[in-house]
Design a protein around this ligand. Structure first.
Ligand code: AMP
Length: 282
């Protein structure tokens, strides 16, 4: 695995690969790898000749009171894990490399990014869409891999790729969970023992909602009430939002439709956690 830190070098290396007709799969990340990240890399490995992973904790997607400074980092361990999975290039640009000089151009995906996490994190998705566009322009991948864990990010990137005519196929990869159901996240590191136990209620509430839909419940208010009742039993969990919405534009649904996304965010101690379930074919 080659570790590259400059835009010039990664461009030169990937140009060579493309000249020999190889397809490029790309997995953008913020590092501190777990099985969720590795599942994206494995999927890329299955589909593409060359796999590129980037680690970049992107300052412009964090709000002033968010965890940019304390975001977990462990480059040594990440490199080892990426190499074991068979990543060919690990791209590790510095903040100065990605944002040299004054940056005046940004990418904004409207509508989809104004709800759910976007309503509570102003500027977050503009930061995400901008860095992802920059990385797409640098790497020029054929396929890119995003986790369904960040469902809103996945649909926003898909829309951006369509609307701005990036010649890239976006692949969504299912959520990887711990054995007890907690969605894997780099931010789980912030959870104390008791908080980690309490956080399980998030997945449990999503499972409860799925059961209710399977049993024919169509009223979103009834489902939300049942979920909130369950979540309230854990005082360490502070729900930020709970949404029952369509899976394309993420707009609230009062009645369950054929495909429905149930998504939530909560604060548990120092961690802000997100989770979701997509229920199809109702
Ligand atoms: P991050 O490093 O948190 O920015 O995540 C990088 C990529 O990994 C994103 O596409 C995430 O959606 C994906 N990802 C993070 N956690 C998981 C998970 N538990 N299951 C699947 N994908 C994940």
């Amino acid at each position: 695995m080659k570790i590259i830190t400059t835009i010039k070098e990664i461009r030169a290396a990937l140009n060579q690969e493309k000249k020999s007709g190889k397809t490029i799969g790309f997995v953008p990340t913020m590092g501190y790898f777990h099985e969720g990240h590795l599942s994206l890399m494995r999927k890329a490995k299955e589909n593409c000749d060359v796999v590129v992973t980037s680690i970049f904790v992107n300052p412009i997607q964090f709000g002033p009171s968010e965890d940019f400074e304390t975001y977990p980092r462990n480059l040594k361990n990440d490199s080892k894990m990426a190499e074991e999975v068979g990543v060919d290039y690990l791209f590790l640009p510095s903040v100065e490399e990605m944002y040299s000089g004054e940056c005046l151009a940004y990418v904004d995906v409207e509508k989809i990014t104004k709800v759910l996490c976007g309503a509570n994190r102003p500027g977050h998705f503009r930061g995400v869409a901008t860095i992802v566009s920059k990385l797409f322009n640098i790497i020029q991948p054929d396929f890119v891999y995003f986790g369904e864990k960040d469902y809103q990010q996945l649909v926003a990137i898909k829309k951006m790729v369509d609307d701005l005519n990036f010649d890239i196929q976006v692949v969504g990869v299912p959520i990887v969970r711990e054995k007890d159901g907690l969605a894997m996240s780099s931010r789980n590191k912030f959870l104390g023992l008791r908080e980690r136990e309490a956080a399980l209620v998030l997945n449990k509430s999503l499972n409860l909602a799925s059961e209710m839909v399977k049993n024919g419940e169509k009223d979103s208010i009834v489902i939300k009430k049942a979920m909130k009742r369950l979540i309230k039993k854990e005082p360490l969990v502070n729900l930020e939002y709970l949404s029952i919405c369509d899976n394309i534009y993420l707009q609230e649904l009062s009645k369950i439709e054929e495909n429905v996304l149930i998504a939530l965010a909560a604060r548990v101690g120092k961690a802000r956690l997100i989770d979701n379930v997509l229920i199809e074919g109702n």
